[in-house]
Design a protein around this ligand. Structure first.
Ligand SMILES: Nc1ncnc2c1ncn2[C@@H]1O[C@H](COP(=O)(O)OP(=O)(O)OP(=O)(O)O)[C@@H](O)[C@H]1O
Length: 425
């Protein structure tokens, strides 16, 4: 049945030779007998993934995740056992590797599309959508060798996902391009899974696995150590990362990193995926200012920063309110608020005036890239709804949070900055 992945007693071994010349010696002197030993990187792996399931695959470096994905896609052959993915399989593993450097992007799309099993006419019909998604402009008619690696990945992702596959295999380590493009990729992956595509997803991010997957396989030393609920698999994985799996697997829990729910009543702003512009107001500035008053797009974690948003009102507004939203690279909303929710109001603002809102806060975020969405509403009511949305700019800019050498070491999404008290009894 299309979309099913069957894996039975699967094993993969590589030959290991004691020295560089041994491979040659083994070949030239067969009577000496084998000089290699087999290094099993996957052993006795078995599972069945039903059509439409979203399954995470986790494990530390070297656990065998990439090898398993390559066996499923048929890029490499098993040494033992059986593996099959049924239906049309799209794999986002080594994106862009198949491109011919001297062909233009457009020519490569035609070739790559045919490798996916599409006819020339089908690829031509899909081309406008592919170009729109990749968004690399005139570069499409340049040879691929002049592309940046980000551009190659954009184009490769756009082609590989130009039709909905029955099985989608993604290695998140290849998370492509800038933060905006990553969000676009995740949105596309999500639309496929909603429409019934089976997803097998390698990830190191607990938040992403919990958001996307309904089941998770934890590989350890080339074997399936756990197959079941993502939260349990992540507990075990985290325990292995902490080096405690053998001692205390039950005593360790993982912060699941789920984004805070959107406050009730903010749907007027939060529910839109695109931007809204009206002739009533224009956003004329979104800037992040560090604690020394300098405008920056990269700031140190845990330091105070001010987000300044300036709106020029072309028409008088009775009760205007400014808001913002910060998302991470996976599109999760980490924080959002607006002046109405903060119980402050500038009062009526006449036409031609600029309304400036400054939100000052500690940037208690994990070092990474984030996007900012801003909005202006008029007439707040309820828990943060507006009679009228005057402007809403979805992901209008991005900024980076840099590691702060003065902060204690932590991981997760936000720095809860705990006060620690140790005692002995
Ligand atoms: N072609 C190869 N020849 C020999 N050994 C290999 C080969 N490919 C992979 N291995 C070995 O197989 C093991 C599993 O590698 P694999 O890349 O599948 O792990 P992984 O879980 O994907 O790791 P990572 O998270 O670092 O990508 C490793 O010990 C690796 O050195």
């Amino acid at each position: 049945m299309n979309g099913r992945i069957t894996v039975q007693q699967l094993g993969k071994a590589y030959r290991q030779y004691p020295a560089r010349w041994s491979r040659l010696a083994e070949w030239m002197l067969p009577f000496v007998g084998p000089l290699h030993r087999l290094h099993w990187v996957l052993q006795d792996v078995g599972f069945d993934i039903a059509p439409g399931e979203s399954v995470g695959l986790i494990g530390v470096n070297g656990a065998g995740k990439s090898t398993l994905l390559k066996l499923i896609t048929g890029t490499t052959q098993p040494s033992a056992g059986f593996v099959q993915a049924h239906g049309r399989v799209a794999a986002l593993l080594e994106l862009g590797l198949g491109f011919q450097p001297d062909f233009t992007g457009r020519q490569n799309v035609l070739v790559a599309g045919q490798l996916l099993g599409l006819g020339v006419d089908e690829v031509r019909a899909l081309l406008p959508g592919i170009l729109e998604f990749a968004d690399i402009g005139d570069y499409i008619d340049q040879p691929v060798r002049v592309y940046s690696s980000g551009m190659q990945m954009r184009l490769a992702f756009a082609v590989a996902t130009c039709v909905r596959p029955d099985v989608l295999i993604v290695d998140e380590a290849l998370a492509v391009g800038d933060v905006f493009f990553q969000q676009k990729c995740f949105a596309r992956i999500e639309s496929f899974t909603k429409a019934g595509t089976t997803l097998l997803f390698v990830s190191h991010s607990a938040g992403t696995v919990l958001n996307i997957c309904d089941r998770c396989i934890f590989l350890r030393n080339g074997r399936v150590a756990f197959d079941g609920a993502p939260a349990d698999a992540l507990d075990l994985y985290q325990a292995e990362l902490l080096g405690r799996l053998d001692q205390a697997p039950d005593g360790i829990t993982v912060q699941n990193g789920e984004p805070a729910p959107v406050p009730a009543g903010m749907a007027a702003l939060a529910g839109k995926t695109g931007s809204i512009t009206t002739p009533l107001a224009d956003c004329v500035g979104v800037r992040l200012i560090d604690q020394h008053g300098n405008e920056r797009n990269a700031l140190l974690a845990d330091q105070r920063a001010t987000l300044q948003i300036d709106y020029l009102l072309h028409q008088a507004a009775d009760d205007p309110h400014v808001g913002f939203k910060i998302r991470n690279r996976f599109g999760a909303v980490l924080y959002e608020t607006n002046s109405y929710c903060m119980r402050q109001a500038p009062g009526p603002v006449p036409a031609g005036s600029v309304l400036t809102a400054q939100f000052t806060m500690p940037l208690a975020l994990f070092p990474d890239e984030y996007t900012i969405t801003v909005g202006l509403g008029d007439g707040g009511y309820g828990e943060g709804s507006f009679r009228q949305v005057l402007n809403y700019l979805h992901e209008v800019t991005s900024f980076a949070v840099l590691q702060n050498p003065d902060s204690p070491v932590w991981s997760g999404l936000v720095n809860l900055a705990p006060q620690l008290r140790l005692s002995k009894h």
